[in-house]
Design a protein around this ligand. Structure first.
Ligand SMILES: [Fe+2]
Ligand SMILES: [Fe+2]
Length: 263
């Protein structure tokens, strides 16, 4: 089973509107073009939040139209830059629970999509209602391998502001709950605008870069995020027979030049 992760699109609206000199719509177009070309066998694409930069209706419309061009299902997660009510106007299908949390079953695996958004805050949480929903799903899928997707990072990143201001506030209860379920194989998250991988309690965790701008690796910076022009990536997550994941991060912007090295 193959899954593709895109993250932190930060869409701003119609074509040609830029963010830090970058056109987020063009980046998304290039990402989908690459995915359609190379990964038609994937089960789905998950976009791990910050779908838009400032939750403008135009930006959600762009996303809605872009998704139609993708040859496989695209599942969405909200990030701290999104707003539920505006999102719901463009994506009626996701309405059903107060929060944008849902499960998709693929063969004998369960994929749980979480909503960690606290509106107008950079940090995230799972309130008691979202946490109870999660507990219910973990109980229901005890006999399946589980894969979870969320925007905020449920582990320390080593980046000061990400871990102290824009962090996931429900970490303690979250990990307390997860302790009881040994069938959770991986957690895929966004928000960092960086590639990061770690393992906690036997669960593999990773993020991939933003399709738009990246956060520089400057752990000592305590003031604000430093962004830079590292190339964007999407993650290709392959799941083996034992349920374990192997993750590659693909730079999709200039992918057509291949050459044989002299070695
Ligand atoms: Fe972001
Ligand atoms: Fe974020």
């Amino acid at each position: 089973m193959k899954i593709i992760q895109l993250s932190d699109l930060h869409l701003v609206g119609k074509d040609g509107v830029s963010l830090y000199g970058i056109d987020p719509n063009y980046r998304l177009y290039k990402a989908f073009k690459s995915i359609n070309k190379h990964h038609r066998d994937a089960e789905f694409v998950v976009i791990t939040g910050d779908l838009t930069d400032s939750a403008s209706p135009d930006a959600y419309e762009v996303l809605s139209q872009s998704i139609e061009k993708c040859t496989m299902p695209v599942y969405l997660i909200l990030g701290n830059h999104d707003k539920r009510d505006i999102f719901k106007k463009s994506f009626q299908d996701f309405i059903g629970f107060d929060f944008i949390q849902y499960v998709k079953e693929v063969d004998n695996t369960a994929h749980i999509f979480l909503d960690t958004l606290v509106e107008d805050c950079s940090y995230g949480e799972l309130c008691s209602s979202r946490m109870s929903w999660l507990k219910e799903k973990l109980e229901k899928y005890q006999d399946n391998f589980i894969y979870m997707y969320m925007h905020h990072h449920p582990v320390d990143s080593g980046l000061y502001e990400m871990d102290n201001e824009a962090n996931f506030k429900s970490n303690k209860e979250f990990w307390e709950l997860l302790k009881g379920y040994k069938n959770i194989k991986s957690i895929t998250f966004g928000h960092l605008h960086r590639i990061m991988h770690t393992v906690k309690n036997g669960i593999s965790l990773h993020s991939t870069k933003s399709t738009t701008f990246q956060v520089a690796y400057k752990p000592e910076s305590k003031v604000e995020y430093l962004t830079n022009d590292e190339k964007p990536t999407y993650a290709v997550i392959d799941v083996d027979r034992d349920g374990n994941t192997r993750v590659h991060h693909h730079e999709f912007l200039d992918e057509d030049r291949f050459y044989l090295g002299d070695y």
